[in-house]
Write a protein that binds this ligand. Structure first.
Ligand code: FAD
Length: 494
């Protein structure tokens, strides 16, 4: 920071996971460049869900300097190696989308081509049997491994996580202001000038980060940027969450169990289990959903069930004028692949890369919006895939999602995979080839053929190749400690 240069005044509106993730990162990395104030209202509270994550959170935590074991104890976390999808493809069918790499790719062709050839020859086992993370998850085992370790994420207590982030943020100079935002004032040029709180206090700033959750007080309430509605592709619009006592050792994976009009999650923490149901109100009433959830959960409820309403879609602009929306204020896809916290993290990183130190520049705004929209569109396609690619016809909901029109970008990917076994990760897309392959195969889409490089190997060679991978996977997985034992020694709940 050059002498005499004024610090940018950043106001973060909202203190949920989005607000505090933004505050902690700005505080830690740009403390000398900006003055950050976060305003939140205890009376309003946070959405209170968001407990399953994906491996990119490991990177964010490193960026803000978290001690993993200490943090895991504080958030009563467990390790997550993937998600088990039950009853999605068909009733009584199950597969795991794991965070690992399945088998071994050749530079010309992904492992699925070799597996497909092995399958035709009758020498291949299930696709997932060739993935260490998946087999470790099935065996309830986990450990950090030296060198190329397991690729993992976490299940966390979201409220405790926000508290942890707050502590880091405040240590790095972020100021917290309690109060309800009653009014958003605009400047003559149309930018946001200040936030007026219930008690009359006025907070002015150069840059405003809207982390007010579904309310989107600044980006929509004040600036009215508009919303692209995706309910025609992702029709679920309600959720009910309830926490229960744990009835078994925590599994190192999330369970996603499809039901008549949506699905139910089960997220194991060290001290309790997070549960919830996601459903489409057109096909299931709130009363039905609640009764079904309370009937299906294992363990005594610890909280009252809470209904959450949402509309899937994305804000037309994530950054507009001097306001950036991060978190639920910027849109919501659905919690199916636990991507919301990841999207928060991505927007925070982007904000730091494009931090408007000398005022807002439109090219930065355009770049930020283009990158965010691109990334979100691809995640949207991945989530739609789970609903659309199903054999289920047992209820009107499943008949609807199975036959609905889907985005051309997704239709192309499915055609390419069906006809050739090929799938490509485009640019900075979150989900790589292996994720698409696991879910497309898991949901029952078998390629018609494979790459010719797989035919170069003789039957004996391909058998040896496949058996070698399985042997390695099983040897390593069997050598891992039980997930529960590892948690007790590495990061017992504080
Ligand atoms: P919120 O938590 O709603 O926070 C909003 C903040 O704004 C609060 O502090 C509130 O007090 C403040 N505020 C609002 N209005 C005012 C006002 N007028 N004055 C002052 N303050 C105000 N994500 C995942 O990554 N994994 C998951 O497993 C997952 N599961 C989910 C399940 C469901 C059913 C839902 C709905 C979401 C899920 N998400 C999940 C998303 C995740 O919960 C959110 O991305 C995350 O919690 C961030 O929320 P937020 O901070 O944007 O909003």
């Amino acid at each position: 920071m050059k002498d005499g240069q004024a610090k940018q005044k950043v106001i973060i509106a909202g203190g949920g996971t989005a607000g505090w993730m933004t505050a902690a990162a700005l505080g830690k990395v740009l403390e000398k460049v900006c003055d950050v104030t976060l305003v939140e209202s205890d009376a309003i509270g946070t959405v209170g869900v968001g407990e399953a994550t994906i491996p990119t959170l490991v990177t964010y935590n490193r960026l803000i300097g978290l001690d993993e074991a200490k943090w895991m104890s504080a958030v009563k976390g467990t390790f997550k190696l993937g998600i088990a999808f039950e009853n999605w493809t068909d009733l009584n069918h199950r597969y795991i989308h794991s965070f690992g790499i399945t088998g071994k790719d050749h530079w010309t062709a992904g492992f699925q081509h070799f597996w497909h050839r092995g399958r035709e020859l009758g020498v291949a086992k299930e696709f997932g049997d060739y993935c260490l993370e998946l087999i470790a998850a099935e065996k309830d085992r986990f450990a950090h491994l030296p060198d190329l370790g397991l690729n993992y994420a976490y299940h966390i207590d979201a409220t405790a996580y926000a508290g942890f982030l707050r502590e880091i943020a405040e240590r790095h100079g972020v100021k917290r202001r309690e109060g309800r935002i009653a009014e958003v004032r605009r400047a003559a040029n149309g930018d946001i000038a200040s936030l007026v709180l219930d008690d009359g206090a006025e907070l002015d700033g150069d840059l405003f980060v809207d982390c007010t959750g579904f309310r989107a007080l600044l980006i929509e309430g004040a600036l009215g940027v508009g919303y692209d509605d995706w309910t025609h592709w992702l029709p679920c619009d309600r959720a009910i969450a309830v926490q229960t006592e744990s009835v078994r050792a925590p599994r190192p994976y999330t369970r996603s169990i499809a039901h008549e009009a949506g699905w139910r999650w089960q997220i194991p923490l060290q001290h309790r289990t997070g549960n919830g149901t996601v459903y489409c109100s057109k096909y299931m009433s709130d009363d039905e959903a609640q009764a079904k959830l309370l009937n299906d959960i294992e363990g005594r409820p610890l909280t009252e069930p809470r209904v959450l309403r949402f509309r899937t879609g994305m804000r037309r602009q994530h950054w507009h004028r001097n306001c950036i929306a991060i978190g639920l204020s910027s849109g919501f896809i659905e919690p199916l692949e636990s991507t919301s916290i990841h999207l928060i993290q991505r927007s925070v990183m982007r904000l730091m890369r494009m931090f408007p130190q000398h005022g807002v520049h439109q090219p930065d705004v355009d770049e930020f919006n283009a990158q965010t929209a691109y990334e979100t569109d691809h995640i949207r396609d991945f989530i739609i895939l789970h609903y659309h690619l199903t054999n289920r016809t047992d209820t009107p909901f499943w008949r609807h999602v199975r036959s609905m029109e889907i985005p051309e970008s997704l239709a192309h990917r499915m055609r390419l995979f069906r006809e050739t076994g090929r799938v490509f990760r485009a640019n900075d897309e979150l989900f790589a080839e292996n994720s698409w392959t696991q879910v497309m195969l898991g949901q029952g889409l078998m390629p018609e053929t494979h790459h010719p490089v797989a035919d170069v190997m003789s039957e004996a060679e391909i058998t040896k190749f496949l058996d070698y991978i399985i042997e390695n996977v099983n040897r390593t997985a069997n050598g891992l400690p039980a997930h529960e034992d590892y948690l007790k020694s590495y990061c017992p709940a504080a």
